[in-house]
Design a protein around this ligand. Structure first.
Ligand SMILES: [Zn+2]
Length: 109
């Protein structure tokens, strides 16, 4: 490579080393800034992934709940939203306190 030898000479000559030094530090600074920008981008992506992960966890958590039937108004609702009572050894689920009271009053006679 004939073009490479003057550059190598410039590196070794002490007179031009200062300008070359400025060039190298300038280049180095650009690389460092690029790396910092890349790091910020990585951190941004990392936190975005965490946010999405927690959102997905929240979404997947809800359908895992079993649907239960409200014996009073015959509606189905997620188990975690229902009011649970034990009546004669059996579990009953209700959408509201009203439904629970209705069920109990109709079965207590
Ligand atoms: Zn109900």
């Amino acid at each position: 490579m004939p073009g490479a030898s003057p550059a190598l000479l410039q590196l070794t000559t002490p007179g031009k080393s200062s300008t070359l030094c400025v060039m190298i530090t300038g280049l180095f600074r650009i690389i460092v800034y690029g790396l910092i920008a890349y790091l910020i981008y990585l951190i941004y992506r990392f936190f975005r992934a965490i946010n999405q992960g927690s959102k997905q966890r929240r979404i997947t958590k809800q359908p895992s709940g079993i649907m239960v039937k409200d014996e009073t108004c015959n509606t189905y609702l997620p188990k975690e939203d229902a009011i649970r009572i034990q009546y004669k050894g059996k579990d009953y689920y209700f959408c509201s306190q009203e439904c629970k009271q209705k069920f109990l009053s109709s079965h207590e006679s």
